[in-house]
Write a new protein. Structure first.
Length: 314
């Protein structure tokens, strides 16, 4: 049969697929089960369902309106994908050799590393995989602008005192928002200063709060002020104008939620970006409480570990 003759038709199955972060497949499956979403199949980290998409916090990427496509050859697979979208990212836990041959026939997508002041790519990026040698699963539209939800950052090896700054950087890239020069940022639990260092690069005025001091090079930055003390002992009344509140504090999620609620009630903060760190078992209930706050989103960053990121932008 001639290649790409069209005799083999696409299978009319529309699905939603969720790509779990590496090592957190159980968290994603539990989250879907709690939401009543039945899993039809698993393809390594990719969880496939026949239900409408939900805002799954433990998905590093969500494949919308995914389609199963029966293929008869490598060329036929590439033709089918090109007919649906231009930009594709491959996820290949199986049949990797055949998948790479298909990918070589698709337009090249330049996934450039993200510079410190760069924004997320704006072009849609689809995702595809080989479920079997003759069966593609493809979604032209996905939740992440990055291949398999994993951005590559151009790391600064000298300025920040730890790699923790990658989390707040990735969060702001994903949110397509960042502090503007002159805005006031409150960084709670700041020491040794990774997040403070990054926020200072935006030109914002950063108030860093921690019992421990900042790394010397961070503390010397002209737009950084360190205040010794506990984040939980602060009174919002003393901070009448805060544009951003950031927190990477190690604490129980319930305590962080109480802190966020207190600052929200005071009405002095327009934007929140906080890390929800789990102690022991994942607390899906508290994650849903964060997500239920009006205007909030909760998601897992590529640079998160056993934690989620909470964002609420004004």
């Amino acid at each position: 049969m001639p290649e790409g003759s069209g005799a083999v038709r696409s299978i009319a199955v529309t699905t939603t697929a969720y790509l779990a972060p590496d090592g957190f497949e159980h968290e994603l499956r539990d989250e879907l089960a709690i939401a009543g979403v039945a899993v039809r199949a698993r393809h390594d980290r990719l969880v496939i369902t026949d239900a409408p998409p939900i805002a799954a916090a433990w998905a590093e990427n969500i494949w919308y309106d995914a389609e199963q496509i029966a293929i008869e050859s490598i060329g036929h697979a590439a033709k089918e994908l090109r007919s649906r979208a231009r930009n594709w990212a491959l996820y290949a836990p199986e049949h990797a050799g055949r998948a790479r041959l298909i990918a070589e026939r698709l337009p090249y997508v330049s996934a450039k590393p993200i510079e410190l002041d760069a924004e997320a790519p704006g072009a849609p990026l689809g995702s595809w995989t080989l479920l079997a040698p003759d069966l593609v699963l493809a979604a032209p539209h996905c939740s992440s602008a990055f291949p398999n939800g994993a951005p590559t950052m151009v790391e600064d090896r000298d300025g920040p005192p730890s790699r923790a700054y990658l989390k707040v950087w990735e969060a702001l890239v994903r949110l397509r928002r960042r502090p503007a020069p002159g805005e006031v940022c409150l960084d709670l639990g700041a020491s040794p200063g990774g997040w403070t260092w990054f926020l200072a690069q935006t030109g914002a005025q950063v108030i860093a709060v921690d019992k421990a001091p900042l790394a010397p090079n961070v503390g010397r930055l002209r737009n950084v002020e360190w205040r010794a003390g506990s984040a939980f002992g602060l009174d919002p009344v003393d901070f009448p104008e805060v544009d951003w509140l950031f927190s990477d504090i190690i604490c129980y999620p319930g305590r962080l939620l109480t802190l966020v609620e207190r600052w929200r009630a005071a009405g002095h903060v327009r934007n929140f970006v906080c890390t929800i760190k789990f102690q022991g078992e994942t607390d899906h209930d508290i994650a849903r409480e964060f997500a239920a706050l009006p205007g909030a989103s909760v998601f897992h960053l590529h640079h998160n570990k056993h934690e989620l990121t909470f964002a609420l932008l004004g």
